[in-house]
Design a binder for this molecule. Sequence first.
Ligand SMILES: [Cu+2]
Length: 203
Amino acid sequence: MTRRTLVAGSLVLALSLAGCAGEAAPDGPASETVEITDAWVKAADEGMTAGFGVLANSGAEATVVSAESDVAGSLELHETVASETGEMLMQEVAGGFVLPEGGELSLEPGGSHLMFMDLAEPLRPGDEVEVTLTFSDESTFTFSAPVKDYSGANENYGGSEEQEHGEHEEGEHAEHEHGGDGQGGSASDDRRGQTTGARSEPR
Ligand SMILES: [Cu+2]
């Protein structure tokens, strides 16, 4: 009898807690739904350098509003834009890096990147750099990125990567088929299709 009352009591408590959560994102803080892959930082002796990687977000839309690292006086969130004369310029991105719901954002040379300002010490290939991202919900996400040599935007930093990539295209992406469920259309539709498109349709 007593035990039964206890169970009932905790059930009510759980329900009322769930009620309190109200409209808060069911996916939890951005720090728990965002991951980074292929993170790396460009080697540099002093001054500025840049960090890259692919940010993937499995939850609701998340926004990176700031970043910091012990190796730099400050970190800025940069995007690359074409000027009126066609020159590529980088600038701080207004409003931060937006990661769409269930989507990803690639930080890459010639595109958006983390700008390391005022390096505290030389960053050599093989070093590891810790970076902390802060999201608009004030949660934070720390990751470690290796330092790599990279000598210019026109150079393929991966070396043999082009060949390897060709093989991956045939292997890992073979299961990805287009137009299966008639939802084709825009690029964003296509991206979403990858999460739902795996189901097999009965004939
Ligand atoms: Cu920059």
